[in-house]
Design a binder for this molecule. Structure first.
Ligand code: ADP
Ligand code: MG
Length: 474
């Protein structure tokens, strides 16, 4: 998978020059983040971290990832409508995991009340690594699918231009011209716009539900601006604002400050720390409303690690997607080994195997946002402690994917320029809109490549571990 820039990697003066140019190009293109010190003001901003060079991605795997995205959209949507499946799958998890349990309770309550929402919008990102088999052939293996607040579709729309310039500075114009155009922010906005249109009220707005700490605002602004360009009004609110100023009318239309809301796009609400009691109440209000939630709470639950693990059981995909054998085969081909830690013989056995050979596995709790998984010795210790307790059912086990590393430079504000051994993770954005029972949009909306130094087992860009990248197809 070697990229054709091995020759310049050790040419220090050339790398130095390219790096300083790359940083300015990133700032010019808008590959930006607010600073850690001032996450809620844009007076001083930084470039978002990125690789100096694009990373090699096998074109066959890249195409495979795009080709399966519509299947994953259908799958997530099918799960979200399958109350029995969610109930059965999450039964053991919600006994021990409070966060999933609270989400689940809202899900049940909303269904009992009767869904007011009739238009559904899904924006997800399916993430993969390229597993290096025993014979050295890389295979596409899914890490997870993010069904809520999948980020970096905006900033990644601007990285190819930066990497193109870097390659030119390094005398690689031909390679620069081969970088693919990529603009998930338009695809995401088109999905939101479609949902807004189907909601059917010209004066209604789209509400971005955002976190208290908004370092990644520019990523969101990219999508927001695409909506403004289409004359759709966007407001940015926090759970706190919804709690204070949100209300429903008799028809469960959602109002914020007297403005009707057609679509709620969550960039918040995916981790326990996003919630206090008031925020839970705000979430419930939003879920009960007629507004299009992206995602609705059932779709958020469809993205849990426990659901991912259950999907890998023989027969499950077939039951969820009846009559779609080809889609099922495409989806299954991307699965790594996934194992339930539910109490019983199956769980006992895999727990023992993982304790004996922890480097083969990753231990995952039902959390999002990076930095939660356990590896190696730590995995062994934790699993040994909980192996006989129901607490273990809040985790799943997954085969560890082992990609072939490549050398690159990771550019980060205030960090020295040094070459690192890196691995990459490819994400494909999926967008779909359903009205009642009818799918009216189902698309792959672009990609995201993130790269990190191999010494970090876990973590994404927001967690400060991975950086933005651009695929160079080989
Ligand atoms: P999160 O919801 O926190 O993003 P992920 O399942 O995406 O959880 O895991 C976080 C990171 O851990 C991934 O971005 C990847 O770098 C690493 N990781 C996760 N699963 C595996 C795996 N099976 N093999 C190797 N690395 C993994
Ligand atoms: Mg992830």
């Amino acid at each position: 998978m070697a990229a054709p820039w091995e020759d310049v990697l050790r040419d220090e003066p050339a790398i130095q020059e390219a790096a300083s140019m790359a940083v300015d190009a990133a700032l010019l293109e808008g590959v930006l983040m607010r600073t850690e010190g001032e996450p809620n003001a844009s007076d001083v901003v930084n470039y978002a971290p990125f690789t100096l060079l694009p990373s090699a991605v096998p074109s066959a795997l890249f195409e495979q990832a795009y080709a399966v995205q519509q299947d994953f959209n259908l799958l997530v949507d099918a799960i979200s409508q399958n109350k029995e499946f969610l109930e059965r799958t999450l039964a053991s998890t919600i006994k021990v995991d409070d966060f999933t349990a609270r989400l689940f309770r809202i899900h049940v309550q909303v269904l009992e009340e009767g869904l007011a929402q009739s238009v559904f919008l899904g924006i997800n990102r399916s993430d993969y690594m390229f597993d290096c088999g025993v014979d050295g052939t890389p295979a596409l293996k899914q890490i997870e699918i993010n069904t809520i607040a999948a980020s970096f579709g905006g900033l990644t729309s601007r990285t190819a231009a930066v990497h193109g310039q870097v390659l030119k500075v390094l005398g690689k114009s031909k390679e620069a011209s081969r970088l693919l155009p990529n603009n998930p922010s338009i695809g995401l906005a088109l999905g939101i716009a479609k949902a807004w249109e189907l909601y059917g009220s010209q004066s209604a707005v789209v509400m971005f539900l955002v976190e208290e700490v908004q370092r990644n605002i520019f990523d969101q602004r990219c999508v927001e601006n695409e909506l403004w360009n289409r004359n759709i009004r966007v407001i940015r609110k926090r759970f706190r604002d919804v709690f204070e100023k949100g209300s429903l009318d008799d028809a469960k239309r959602l109002y914020m400050d007297g403005q009707e809301v057609a679509v709620v796009y969550y960039r918040e609400g995916y981790v326990p720390t996003n919630y206090d009691q008031q925020n839970w109440e705000a979430r419930l209000l939003l879920e009960r409303s007629r507004a299009v939630k992206c995602p609705d709470i059932a779709t958020q639950l469809a993205g849990t690690k426990k659901v991912q693990q259950e999907l890998s059981r023989p027969g499950t995909l077939e039951r969820l997607l009846p009559g779609r054998a080809e889609a099922v085969a495409r989806i299954r081909a991307t699965f790594a080994g996934l194992y339930s830690l539910d109490m019983g013989e199956e769980g006992d056995k895999i727990a023992a195997t993982a304790i004996a050979d922890p480097d083969r596995f990753v231990l995952k709790p039902q959390r999002e946002g990076g930095g939660n998984n356990l590896y190696g010795e730590e995995l062994r210790q934790v699993l040994e402690k909980i192996r006989d307790s129901p607490e273990r059912t809040s985790y799943i086990l997954m085969d560890k994917i082992k990609p072939q590393p490549a050398m690159n430079y990771l550019l980060r504000a205030h960090s020295p320029l040094q070459v690192s051994e890196c691995i990459s993770e490819l994400g494909i954005f999926g967008v779909y809109v359903r009205q009642g029972k009818e799918m009216v949009m189902n698309k792959a909306a672009g990609h995201l490549l993130r790269t990190k130094a191999i010494e970090h087992a876990d973590g994404g860009v927001a967690a400060g571990v991975a950086v933005l990248d651009t695929p160079y197809l080989v």
